[in-house]
Design a protein around this ligand. Structure first.
Ligand code: SF4
Length: 204
């Protein structure tokens, strides 16, 4: 069956009227009164950045009594102009999720159970272990095989010692949620420890 534009407008207009009659709404005043109150009415609006990936979409967070009740794309943000992917859109469910981890978990060597620990203890322990491993494994010099040109023009493989100032015993994995400044600071810190295995989660 072919529909002209006039037929289409008649048909959809009729459907809308039928819908209004079915819900008991017959006047514009009644239609306005029937609009449910917005969930975010009276909520505080704060702009923020999505923590998930380096796209860095802008988000408006709605909070009531200190609790996040809604998060949506910020139309004024130049990166996403109000849009969010499914991960960003589900942000408020993760913040309010009873299964969300709020403390570090620790499983001692040989233990089968994870236990909650305090941040201060976890950070001290990480710092202590990084320092210990770094100091035990730090190499100033390392030997490598290289090809050296001989007086007769031929090349000969020789072993030569180079200054390396590194540890091969610690690796670091970065996150796509890090911004430029955080990446800069991390690189400075990790290179100063002598790390060479510095990777990024998005390449794994
Ligand atoms: S996870 Fe989605 S919403 Fe968040 S910054 Fe990345 S693309 Fe944007």
């Amino acid at each position: 069956m072919s529909l002209s534009r006039r037929d289409f407008l008649k048909l959809t207009g009729g459907t809308a009227v039928a819908g209004a009659v079915a819900t008991g709404v017959t006047t514009p005043q009644e239609a306005s009164a029937a609009v449910p109150e917005a969930r975010i009415k009276g909520a505080k609006e704060t702009t923020t950045i999505c923590p998930y990936c380096s796209v860095g979409c802008g988000i408006i967070a709605h909070t009531k009594e200190g609790k996040l009740i809604n998060a949506e794309g910020d139309p004024a943000h130049p990166v996403n102009e109000g849009t969010l992917c499914s991960k960003g859109s589900s942000l408020y469910q993760i913040v309010n999720n009873p299964q969300r981890l709020t403390k570090p978990k620790y499983r001692a060597a040989g233990a089968s159970e994870w236990k909650d620990v305090e941040w201060d203890w976890a950070l001290d322990e990480i710092a202590k272990r990084v320092k210990d491993v770094r100091d035990r494994t730090f190499k100033v010099m390392s030997k490598s095989k290289i090809k050296e040109k001989q007086p007769d023009g031929t090349e000969k493989e020789i072993e030569k010692e180079f200054t390396v100032n590194r540890t091969d015993a610690i690796a670091h994995v970065g996150s796509a949620a890090l911004d430029n400044e955080e990446c800069y600071m991390l690189q400075k810190m990790l290179r100063s420890w002598g790390l060479v295995y510095i990777e990024h989660q998005a390449r794994i």
